[in-house]
Design a protein around this ligand. Sequence first.
Ligand code: MLT
Length: 237
Amino acid sequence: MPCEMEKIRAEGFAAVVIDILRASTTIITALANGAERVIPLTTLEEARARKEKEPDALLGGERNALPPPGFDLGNSPREYEPERVKGRTVILTTTNGTRACQAAVAAGAEVVVIGGFVNRRAVVEFCRSFPGPILLVCAGTRGRFSLEDSLYAGSVISGLGEGLQLSDGARACLTLYERWQGCDLAALVGGSTHGRRLADLGFGEDIRLAAAVDSHPVLPVYREGEIRLEPIGTPGF
Ligand code: MLT
């Protein structure tokens, strides 16, 4: 959780930033659909100032799940289709997800990757190939626990196999995943607090997209202020 991140030092760790609904799903989708890079920023002011400097970039994101005034795009993965994003830079600011990216960097993580159900296998392969410890950063919702993020963290841990040294939080995530493994993922994600809210706002289709396991087999890596795709399984550090 981002609130815990303030106390965590992550030098030597690889961090996986997780915001299933919807920032990580949207970032992965945008890059898989051909966006050149995504620049995650914390505040609306920072994002608008960056757009002024880079007027050709697309300005995307949300506040209270809706696109802020003057933005080109919201935070729905559906909007980041190839015709819209191919070859473009996306400046993105969201309530929890882009903050979690910054928190992972501030904690000193050696490398930061973006994880979602849509690229689960790529993230598991990356974690397997990373020589050091892994920090799974669940963005949560306004500092609170999110079922969908924890379920995904558990699915990554499960994919890494036996014999791992797990924190209490990681064990809880794994137990959650094992309890629900094989269930209808879209229904579980859609039944979460934020999932119900998004459905009420008319974003039900985003839940189905967020639960489409391995629909985008790519590895987004956040380095020096921008997120780009890197080859899967190549730690490169
Ligand atoms: C966030 O970063 O808080 C989210 O992705 C919210 C959303 O747009 O669903």
